[in-house]
Design a protein around this ligand. Structure first.
Ligand code: MG
Length: 245
């Protein structure tokens, strides 16, 4: 009898574990839903000590993450994701930084939830600040625009309508690892203003962004490239500048 119940329990926990390995919905959080805030108008030219990563003219500061040239489309002082061309990353690596970036989801609304205007900004290539059209587009709260994907929902929903330019102003602190054994010394922290509205307030990041399961830290260098995501939607970027801290 005891053996049977032990076998049963083992089978149940093993199958729960196996399911956890496969099911991305287990890490979706839908409640509460961040309330909607209508942002004011802002603009931001680079300050004198900023490194301009994109001024609308060329992709010289970027390359494809898979190697070779960045294959995104240039035009109208912006760069736009070309589906299947893959993620792009900066040639220069960064650690602690202040980043300004402007993004626009397609005016023509296609898809829903995570399929509508999806892209993302991966700090150090590991930690995704989600870019998504969440203007009248419900998705799981910890996956909407302004979220640290699958980790922290934004404090509010400050999205502008599709087709309008939006801004992120970010203060990012890189994680630190212990030299001796490569374990985590201190997590990454991120503060994000979306269209001038605070959506992440010195948030301690759990680890490298993952679609399935719980994020964990993976050892990486003190500085790593900034990555922009190709999620098959024609999201555009412009006026990208960074200040190393
Ligand atoms: Mg994304």
């Amino acid at each position: 009898m005891k053996r049977i119940s032990l076998l049963f329990l083992t089978t149940v926990s093993l199958s729960a574990f196996a399911q956890e390995k496969k099911d991305p919905t287990l890490t979706e959080v839908w409640q509460p839903e961040p309330r909607i805030v209508t942002p004011g108008t802002i603009s931001s030219d680079p300050p004198s000590d900023a490194i301009v990563l994109f001024n609308g003219k060329d992709l010289s500061k970027w390359k494809s993450k898979n190697g070779g040239e960045a294959g995104w489309q240039l035009g109208e002082n912006a760069m736009t994701v070309v589906a299947k061309k893959g993620d792009i990353e900066t040639k220069q690596a960064f650690g602690d930084c202040q980043l300004h970036i402007e993004w626009r989801t397609p005016k023509e609304v296609v898809g829903s939830s995570q399929g509508r205007g999806n892209s993302g900004i991966f700090f150090m290539g590991h930690y995704e600040l989600q870019v998504l059209d969440n203007y009248n587009n419900r998705t799981y709260s910890n996956g909407q625009a302004g979220s640290i994907y699958k980790q922290y929902m934004p404090l509010v929903n400050a999205c502008r309508p599709p087709g309008e330019w939006q801004t992120y102003d970010v203060i990012f602190t890189a994680p630190r690892f212990n030299e001796k054994d490569s374990t985590l010394k201190s997590p990454a922290y991120i503060t994000v203003l979306h269209n001038g509205v605070l959506v992440q307030n010195h948030t301690a990041i759990w680890g490298s962004t993952t679609y399935i399961g719980i994020a964990q830290y993976e050892l990486h260098r003190d500085k790593e490239p900034l990555v922009l995501q190709d999620h098959n939607n024609p999201v555009s970027y412009r006026n990208i500048w960074i200040r190393e801290l």
